[in-house]
Design a protein around this ligand. Structure first.
Ligand code: GLC
Length: 457
């Protein structure tokens, strides 16, 4: 054997040993393989929930869309990027973060009273500031004057109110010195920076803190579009988080499968348990695919003092019904201000949604997509044995027509008036006789009790 060959053989042995070790480490990290039944069981609470609260909150609530007296265009939580603010100038905001009006229990109640079953809060957004007491970071709430672990308080409050606490966690980090790529205007030297070290000693360490301390129901990643983040990273991170808590649910932004803002995955084998359409509602449902539309109530996720473009409550209620009728979840955003309050216009809208849900939530929770391709008067959701007709446009002649429905109707009634049976006639389809006045001018729900699965021709 020449020395070169000996070196080659040694290298092969070393490589083989490394691979063995790597495989072993991989196996320890990988989530247990899952049958369809186990997968359905893991997704069950989330599919039942249908409606959750998104919360974007962090240092950006202090400038609230303005920097050095200038209004910065774009969404509030991106002010650091849009305003090209150097780390050294943005970071001191932490010394001003003192949301004395923050009341975790009040937030959990606002969500619950709206009919929301879960809450997804930014544990860390792209700016890198952490809302909990992180052992691996000084850029967290403990180094602010506030000095209270916000996520701990929320985890207790959510538990008490029966709301599932979940975290949005940004992969991208504009503050951490090891994170790459740097923003083009960030002048800190990149020499010695290491994305691998960021992932191994920071991102993963923080996720371990979040999962083991606060027991989130969902980890909602974002920032995966960066060119340094790879499909392999996505696999690794998904498997790592599942290894920490096998029953956790993870969105598709952990990996590289997402097709733009529409949020569903392109063809291929990508990690992630649900699609994430952003600011849009898919035109149709996606059979066999779990998805969640995330949406703002005005035009920003993080608080901006001068964004008053609020969507009306009527519109938000119909959007909730529309999304449920296509088999999706609705994650509706609030952006609390720097004092720690959810803005009044958001609270008002959530109260209006809660009022509608108090009567009609049966037509949202645990429902699946409509069996009808299209309905002229509104939307339809269903559960075994029941069709829920969401009537947006109350028929002037009092006749609600469902052409093509072939089931026999055992019973028909309004959720707003359950004891009063509505008369039904079969005429090739089904026609329901409605009272003259809609009980709810935004969305009145008519229940049809049927035998077996819906048959629509
Ligand atoms: C976008 C934005 C981000 C926001 C997210 C919510 O990806 O970058 O600021 O948190 O949408 O889906």
């Amino acid at each position: 054997m020449t020395s070169l060959n000996r070196l080659g053989a040694g290298a092969i042995v070393a490589a083989a040993m490394w691979m063995l070790c790597a495989t072993a480490a991989w196996a320890a990290d990988a989530p247990p393989a899952e049958t369809k039944q186990q997968h359905d069981a893991r997704m069950a609470w989330w599919r039942e929930a249908r409606f959750g609260m998104f919360i974007h909150w962090g240092l950006y609530a202090i400038p609230a869309g303005e920097w050095k007296g200038k209004k910065i265009a774009g969404i509030g939580e991106w002010i650091m990027e849009r305003g090209r603010i150097p780390v050294a100038e943005y970071e001191p905001l932490a010394k001003q973060f003192n949301p004395v009006k923050f009341d975790a229990r009040a937030w959990a109640r606002i969500a619950k009273n709206a009919g929301m079953k879960y809450m997804v809060i930014t544990s860390k957004h792209h700016d890198g500031f952490c809302l909990w007491d992180s052992a691996v970071s000084d850029y967290d709430v403990m180094s602010s004057p506030f000095k209270r672990d916000i996520l701990k308080e929320l985890s207790e409050a959510c538990k008490a109110e029966g709301v599932v606490l979940c975290f949005y966690h940004s992969i991208m980090d504009w503050h951490h010195p090891d994170y790459l790529p740097r923003r083009p205007w960030d002048k800190r030297p990149t020499e010695g920076a290491s994305l691998d070290r960021y992932i191994e000693t920071y991102l993963k360490a923080q996720l371990k803190e979040l999962v083991t301390r606060y027991d989130p129901g969902v980890l909602w990643f974002d920032g995966e579009w960066e060119k340094t983040w790879t499909h392999e990273h996505g696999i690794m991170l998904y498997d790592y988080v599942r290894s920490l808590k096998p029953s956790i649910i993870i969105n598709n932004r952990v990996d590289k499968g997402r097709k733009g803002m529409q949020g569903m995955n392109k063809e291929g084998d990508f990690r992630g348990d649900f699609g994430t359409p952003e600011q849009e509602i898919p035109a149709t449902g996606a059979p066999g695919v779990d998805w969640e539309t995330c949406m703002t109530m005005n035009d920003t996720w993080g608080f901006k003092s001068y964004d008053h473009k609020w969507k009306p409550a009527d519109d938000l209620i119909r959007k909730l019904a529309d999304i449920a009728s296509k088999g999706g979840n609705f994650l509706l955003n609030v952006g609390p201000n720097s004092a720690g309050e959810i803005p009044a216009p958001s609270v008002e809208r959530l109260a209006a949604m809660g009022k509608w849900m108090a009567v009609n939530s049966e037509s949202i929770y645990g429902t699946s997509a409509s069996p009808f391709a299209k309905l002229p008067f509104g939307r339809c959701t269903q559960k075994p044995g029941k069709l829920y007709l969401h009537v947006f446009t109350w028929p002037a002649d009092g006749k609600l027509k469902l052409p093509g429905l072939k089931n026999e109707i055992a019973k028909a009634y309004l959720l707003a008036d359950r004891d009063k049976a509505l008369s039904v006639s079969a005429d090739g389809g089904v026609t329901i006789a409605l009272p003259g006045e809609a009980p709810d001018k935004i969305d009145s729900v008519v229940v049809l009790e049927i035998q077996g699965p819906a048959k629509v021709e």
